[in-house]
Design a protein around this ligand. Sequence first.
Ligand code: HEM
Ligand code: HEM
Length: 140
Amino acid sequence: MYTGLKHFHSGLAYLLLAALIVAVMYAIVSRRKPFTAGSRKIALIGLICTHLQFVLGIVLYFLSPLGSSNFSGEAMKEKVSRLYIIEHPLMMLIAIVLVTIGYSRIKRLGSDSKKYNSIIVFYGIGLLLMLSVIPWKVWP
Ligand code: HEM
Ligand code: HEM
């Protein structure tokens, strides 16, 4: 169970980062064009990968020896264990909230260029936050 989930979380990370990069790039090149159903679908793929990764991450947090079971003052002092216990989960949560806000604003905003801008800004910042707390020593 743990090993399977860990691989799923690790593999989905590729798909998720690719989906967010594609969504931001697409929004940048299309921002003067009409916002179509296809434009929304591209953003939706990024949103679904993000939400799925979040659920996997939460479950993994309680199964992994690097997650909640490692929580202690000692572990907080150590860079790598602190990354898994607090920095990775918390920063990812913030990034996920930003991506979700970016997507849900699409439905409310009036003009097409504002919709594209919402993706560029919210998905873009979310992506940067994600990149900042990926455990680069063990991944890819
Ligand atoms: C949505 C954005 C996220 C991305 C892109 C992401 C990405 C990653 C990556 C690349 C790894 C390394 C996997 C490996 O060792 O091969 C990892 C590990 C881990 N992630 Fe995430 N993660 C995300 C969200 C979360 C969240 C929200 C949580 C917890 C609430 C979480 C908990 C963990 C844990 C506990 C590990 C360590 C697993 C282990 O090696 O035992 N992740 N994550
Ligand atoms: C605890 C887990 C989850 C939470 C708290 C959560 C939360 C949310 C929220 C707040 C929205 C609203 C965004 C909006 O305003 O449109 C949303 C939309 C969505 N979520 Fe999640 N989600 C979770 C898990 C998942 C999972 C596991 C999936 C699928 C793999 C998923 C797929 C979607 C999709 C497809 C939408 C967009 C629906 C639409 O087209 O408007 N979510 N989620």
